[in-house]
Design a protein. Structure first.
Length: 218
């Protein structure tokens, strides 16, 4: 029992307190854009027009072609990123994607709709849904945070990186690696410039492992 308590404490200390800044230049592209720049830990993308992520529902089409820069993470984690963009036309968007495959993902961030800035999330499990929170005024940037625990992901946003508001909770298959990173799209427009920085991933104590330790003392 002493060994189990020690291991639990060690796991909590190791995985719960270590936030790692991720290097964009060591990540992989899905739908690599023709023009982008990585400098001083900042990613700038010239988002191509007529790009999006959506599956079937309401509109009747499926698209999966926006630029997405990702690294793969297993277990449970908290990830954060700072996002801004020169949004121009309806549905221009930039944010964070967490993706299992082409049928299972969430993307959330800022989406420009009818001249207003909205905190937007599209959750897809075979078909997509969409939810928005309109903001009172345009904002120069936004911080996004996602927390994965077991089979749930919680989405948060902040305008100052101090006070975070929860947007929603969604289901995502647990105990499988997920692709995580910045994403952008311009479904109706000809494209725009999006910027990303301060991308971190903090591993959390894995609940499956902690439960195994509790059940298998030695």
């Amino acid at each position: 029992m002493i060994r189990v308590k020690y291991l639990l404490a060690t796991l909590a200390a190791t995985y719960g307190l270590t936030a790692q800044a991720q290097s964009f230049d060591k990540m992989q592209w899905f739908n690599e854009p023709s023009s982008y720049l990585i400098k001083d830990k900042v990613l700038e993308i010239d988002v191509p027009g007529q790009t999006d992520y959506w599956r079937v529902s309401h509109y009747g089409f499926t698209v999966d072609d926006g630029p997405f820069l990702y690294a793969t993470y297993g277990g449970e984690f908290e990830t954060k990123i700072k996002v801004s963009g020169d949004y121009k036309v309806r549905f221009d968007q930039a944010g964070l994607m967490i993706r299992l495959d082409h049928e299972n993902y969430v993307k959330f961030g800022i989406e420009f709709v009818d001249g207003k800035y909205n905190v937007s999330a599209v959750v897809t499990h075979r078909t997509s849904d969409w939810s928005v929170i309109p903001l009172d005024k345009p904002v120069p940037h936004i911080w996004l945070k996602a927390v994965r625990r077991l089979d749930a992901i919680e989405l948060f946003y902040s305008l100052d990186d101090r006070n975070y508001t929860m947007m929603r909770t969604l289901w995502m298959q647990d105990n499988v690696p997920l692709q995580v990173g910045p994403v952008a799209a311009s479904p109706d427009g000809k494209g725009f410039r999006a910027r990303f920085s301060d991308f971190t991933v903090r591993h959390l104590p894995d609940q499956h492992r902690l439960e195994w330790l509790r059940k298998n003392p030695s």
